[in-house]
Design a protein around this ligand. Structure first.
Ligand code: ADP
Ligand code: MG
Length: 743
């Protein structure tokens, strides 16, 4: 009996089982059946070669155009070169010392060719591709292709070296021949309501469809599984959050908040006021607030958070604010203190009666200062504690923690939020306010942040200046870069300041930049850009802060005051550099993404991003938000070697095309590869969103959310629906709930 749990080696033999396991991570029948075709090809319909990406492992349907054989000059042996075509563009397949290929790859023949795309002398090629001809005379080589695909759609699978798509198709067929089907986890009434295929039928059709309508029906059902599993987990998180009591912090008319509002130097934007009202009501309630505020860079989230914190302090409790980096935490502490003025000087001479105290607590404080900070948190002397992750990891205790504000959610996971909730000091769980500057499309908000209520700050405070963004394509127009440095000298001459951002710190021999997934230093946040997956080994290492700073100060920017900022500097040094830049004592700051979030120097007008293609879209958007914060217009230059027409360049052009973060988030979603949104951990794994597209499947996601809400409200433990409970269990077992948030 073959079930989804049966090992592939039992059905397909040890050798094939081993190959599937090692190259694609598939070990059970269920794994293989959930390894869905990436697309479907039809005989006679050739794959567009222009759309192929360098370094990708591809499967193309193409026709042999011509074939030639020559002998190699340097070594003894022959090269067979077969040019294959889609009718417009061609691709060269090369084979060394396999002269017999020439007799097989006859012009006019069609087949599937699989291999890694490389570039050689300016044109694309496949080196030693595997192939399967549809109309070969040799039954040994063509037989299975014909039998496999005759008349039907040809599934094209995500494949690997040594395991071409057609071998996977053969394995799937063998498995389906003996498979006994699966228990359908979805309740029958839900399937009927949404006209969903049964699970077994859907899995068979997705692999061996008769036509496109069957593909669509199967996909719809399988999307539902993915959407519903995630929404059930989120619905349960929301449900359990409501079970905890929270410290009610009703608003007072005569407290610190009222004093603060009375002396705000500006008027709140309509959005700030509206979200402020929502937060005030949430904080007054006896259930914990779980709210996500998303707002453009510079939309004024800090004030919103501070007003919430003051309401909590007014209620006699404490608030904690967490930032992703030490630089940011220090800066938050400073700007909160600035906003509050003498209202934050409790304990000092002449402080107003209602004043509170802001305490900075980071991992790198000297022992004495740290002890003092810990004491202030524990005694309740500190009304507001600002810190980094250290606040969570260490055993910080609070006298009475009422509210946790998490700035820049995309660096925080669910577990971290949970850890903080447990720090409350009292029996109850504190309110949580999460802020992100990365605008989130509705579908992503529903899927990734579905356990939070969301509010959006869409307008910027008045008096902001526009930012214009240009791509500097150094491969095509090297002179533009010289012009860029010239422009920077002019900006500095006009009294402004400039950021130059690089993807890497440099000088890291013991730690060479590799594509390996080493954990990035938290302070630099130099993440692999979304599309720097496999096959980047041949690219030069990304530009580094230390090298670029040296080159600039000895060359195009000589004579200007340059500072360097990155995560390997000691915390004091970082702080000193940031202060010097803020005080205008430096003209140019060469930095890593340390400056990505929150840094606020209104006099900075230009941001140059080197190797911009190594950053993700939202990172670029965040980075550029550092300029245009004062009265002068901002300029952002995206320097890149990416050629026009590549998807890498498309991303940069998208960033240059709009400063509307919400629009950009949508474009980003469109440009990213399927499944990327939820992070690298998805690919090749059994769970994860393989079929569901956060971009196109808004309807499914919304319907699944409603259904999940309904089932969980009726029956929180899902006892009546063991299938649904199993779906939840799978997500939770694999820790997906955690990494859902780490995108
Ligand atoms: P972000 O949302 O990126 O965290 P900040 O909270 O850092 O933005 O705000 C950016 C700047 O805008 C700060 O200097 C802040 O004082 C200022 N600001 C916030 N709200 C307003 C407002 N309503 N009017 C004018 N300036 C504002
Ligand atoms: Mg901010």
């Amino acid at each position: 009996m073959t079930t989804s749990e049966t090992g592939l080696d039992r059905v397909l033999g040890a050798k094939t089982g081993e190959a599937l396991e090692s190259s694609l991570g598939l070990s059970t029948v269920g794994d293989l059946l959930r390894h869905y075709p990436r697309r479907y090809a039809e005989r006679g319909e050739l794959t567009a070669i222009a759309g192929l990406e360098l370094d990708e492992h591809v499967t193309v349907l193409a026709k042999v155009d011509r074939v030639s054989k020559r002998s190699m000059r340097s070594r003894r042996g022959t090269i067979v070169e077969a040019r294959i075509t889609d009718g417009h563009r061609s691709l060269t397949c090369t084979f060394f010392n396999q002269a017999w290929r020439e007799r097989e790859l006859l012009p006019g023949r069609q087949g599937m060719f699989a291999g890694k795309v490389t570039a050689y002398r300016g044109s694309f090629q496949l080196s030693h591709p595997e192939y399967q001809l549809f109309d070969s005379d040799d039954p040994e080589r063509a037989g299975s292709a014909v039998e496999e695909f005759a008349g039907a759609l040809i599934p094209v699978y995500p494949s690997a070296q040594g395991l071409p798509s057609w071998s996977i198709a053969r394995c799937v067929r063998q498995v389906l021949d003996t498979w006994d089907g699966a228990d359908d986890p979805l309740p029958a009434e839900l399937r009927a309501e949404h006209r969903l295929l049964g699970l077994g039928t859907a899995l068979r059709k997705i692999h061996r469809p008769k036509d496109h309508a069957e593909v669509a029906a199967a996909q719809n059902r399988l999307k539902w599984d993915e959407a519903l599993a995630v929404q059930l987990v989120l619905a349960r998180l929301r449900e359990s959050a409501h079970e905890n009591p929270a410290p009610a912090c009703p608003r007072r008319e005569d407290g610190l908040l009222a004093d603060f509002d009375g002396r705000l130097p500006f008027q709140l934007t309509a959005g700030q006021a509206e979200i402020g009202t929502e937060i005030a009501a949430d904080l007054a309630a006896e259930q914990p607030m779980n709210r996500l505020v998303q707002g453009e860079v510079g939309s004024g989230k800090t004030v919103v958070a501070l007003r919430g914190m003051l309401q909590v302090v007014d209620a006699g409790r404490q608030a904690a604010m967490l930032a992703p980096t030490e630089v940011l935490a220090a800066q938050h502490a400073r700007s909160l203190a600035e906003l509050l003025g003498d209202l934050s000087t409790a304990g000092e001479l002449g402080a107003p009666e209602r004043a509170t105290r802001i305490t900075l607590l980071t991992g790198s404080l000297p022992a004495a200062a740290r002890k003092k900070a810990l004491l202030e948190a524990a005694s309740g002397e500190a009304g507001i504690v600002v810190g980094t992750h250290a606040l969570i990891q260490d055993r910080v205790s609070f006298a009475d923690l009422g509210l946790v504000v998490v700035d820049e959610q995309h660096r925080f996971g669910v577990e971290q939020r949970d850890a903080l909730r447990a720090r409350g000091g009292s029996e109850s769980a504190p309110h949580v306010l999460v802020m992100t500057a990365t605008p989130i499309p509705r579908t992503v908000a529903m899927t990734v942040y579905g356990d939070l209520e969301t509010s959006a700050l869409r307008e910027l405070p008045s008096g902001r200046s526009p930012i214009s963004t240009s791509v500097v394509p150094v491969a095509e127009k090297p002179a533009w870069l010289d012009r860029a440095w010239q422009r920077i000298r002019e900006e500095v001459a006009a009294g402004h300041q400039v950021y130059v951002v690089c993807p890497r710190i440099g000088d890291d021999e013991q730690n060479p930049p590799k594509k390996g997934k080493k954990k990035p230093s938290t302070d630099d946040g130099v993440e692999e850009p979304e599309d720097a997956g496999a096959g980047t080994d041949e690219r030069r290492p990304p530009l580094a802060v230390l090298d670029v700073a040296e080159r600039l100060s000895g060359g195009p920017l000589s004579g200007l005051r340059l500072g360097v900022l990155h995560g390997r500097l000691a915390a004091d040094d970082k702080d000193a550099v940031m202060r010097a830049f803020a005080a205008g004592e430096l003209d140019v700051l060469v930095a890593t993404t340390v400056v990505e979030v929150g840094v606020n120097v209104p006099n900075a007008t230009v941001m140059v991003i080197m190797d911009a293609d190594r950053f993700g879209v939202s990172q670029l958007h965040q980075l550029r938000g550092r300029v245009g914060r004062g009265s002068a217009p901002g300029l952002c230059l995206l320097v890149s070697e990416a050629m026009a027409g590549t998807s890498t360049r498309d991303r940069l052009d998208a960033v240059a095309s709009t400063t509307d973060g919400f629009e950009l988030a949508r474009l980003d979603l469109e440009l990213r590869r399927e499944g990327d949104v939820l992070g690298a951990a998805q690919s090749g794994r059994r769970s994860g969103l393989k079929m569901l597209s956060l971009l196109r499947d808004e309807d499914v996601i919304a319907e699944a959310r409603d259904a999940a809400q309904r089932y969980v409200a009726e029956d929180p433990s899902l006892r009546a629906h063991p299938g649904l409970a199993r779906m939840v269990g799978e997500v939770v077992d694999e820790g997906r709930a955690g990494y859902l948030e780490k995108s």
